[in-house]
Design a protein around this ligand. Structure first.
Ligand code: F6P
Length: 327
């Protein structure tokens, strides 16, 4: 059951309301989330102008993941970095586009958070004007920057994504449900669309790159085969941007999976700034996320750019996926 949508509840008003419910809150998380909203507006603006202003295409550089960097990847990264350089309480930023965490030093000794981001998720969609997103995770700065980053997903303070599609959305959770905001271009604000959205317990969507089917690990192939033989039909949807596929599953239920395969035995997706933040969203909405063998939120990362096999979605489909890995 969705809660009734209030009128004109902007992101900032919503955050302040939530903050007032927690007397111990200091307003610092609200300030970080407010910057994420600003990032969303700026990147959304770039996306809308990209084709007109020659911002599509490659920069010529290759990132730490060995992927060719696109102009908009680089722009997205600078927009995030710039945003947190203005927020005193963020001590470091980790990004898909940066080899190492960027430590932000300032006179303020009360740095409280580290922010981890995938500035542009689904970048192969950029040059064809299809949907892309940004993913973020906010963690407490406890001990050194490295110690704060290499922690389980259950240690995230807040997480979420921005989606640049037919409209620009901001979806987040700070551990008390998942809330969706839509950017109202006329007033330049994110406005609440859904408070406490719940993912269906069982769904209709299957989202995966079936072009890799032959390379997939055996359990993933058997899972896919089992879906094809179901009496209940599933609909196949795969956009090339995890954020967009997950967003659909958030509404309709089902499963997205990117398993380990012959070429990538460790999987493709990055644990810290893709898989763990979206796992928090799924769990907070009543869904789940797994590697097939382990709950994603329980994985203790060993390195910043670690990859993991991944499946995320409704509880029923995730349970079934795990059954094939247990066999
Ligand atoms: O790197 C992340 C990502 O772009 C996801 O957003 C997306 O689901 C996946 O990779 C697409 O990968 P492929 O093109 O191999 O299917």
């Amino acid at each position: 059951m969705q809660e009734k949508k209030p009128q004109h509840l902007t992101l900032n008003r919503f955050l302040v309301q939530r903050q007032l419910k927690h007397p111990e809150a200091t307003g610092e998380l609200t300030a970080v989330m407010d910057q994420i909203g600003k990032v969303g507006k700026i990147i959304s603006n770039y996306m809308r102008r990209a084709a007109l202003e020659g911002l599509t295409g490659l920069t010529g550089a290759v990132n730490v993941q060995g992927e060719k960097v696109k102009k908009l990847d680089e722009i997205g990264n600078s927009v995030f970095v710039e945003a947190f350089e203005y927020v005193d309480m963020v001590g470091a930023i980790v990004s898909e586009e940066m080899d190492r965490p960027l430590v932000i030093s300032s006179a303020n000794r009360k740095k409280k958070y580290v922010v981890l981001v995938d500035p542009i998720d689904g970048s192969s969609n950029l040059d064809v004007d299809c949907v892309v997103g940004s993913i973020f995770s906010i963690r407490n700065l406890k001990g050194s920057v490295e110690e704060s980053i290499l922690r389980k997903g259950t240690d995230q303070v807040a997480a979420g994504y921005l989606m640049y599609g037919t409209s620009t959305l901001l979806v987040y959770s700070a551990g008390d449900g998942v809330h969706i905001f839509v950017l109202d271009g006329q007033i330049g604000e994110f406005v609440l669309e859904h408070e406490n959205i719940r993912m269906p317990e069982r769904g209709k969507i299957v989202s995966s790159n079936f072009g890799n089917y032959r390379k997939w690990a055996q359990p993933a192939r058997e899972f896919a085969d089992s879906l094809a033989s179901e009496r209940e039909e599933y609909a196949l949807r795969y956009s090339g941007a995890l954020v967009a596929d997950l967003h659909q599953i958030l509404h309709l239920g089902g499963i997205y999976f990117y398993p380990e395969d012959a070429k990538r035995p460790e999987g493709k997706l990055r644990l810290l700034y893709e898989c763990a933040p979206l796992a928090m969203i799924a769990e907070q909405a009543g869904g789940a996320a797994t590697t097939g063998r382990a709950r994603v939120m329980d994985i203790h990362p060993e390195k910043v750019h670690q990859r993991v096999p991944y499946a995320i979605g409704s509880r029923y489909e995730i349970r079934r996926y795990e059954e094939f890995y247990r066999k």
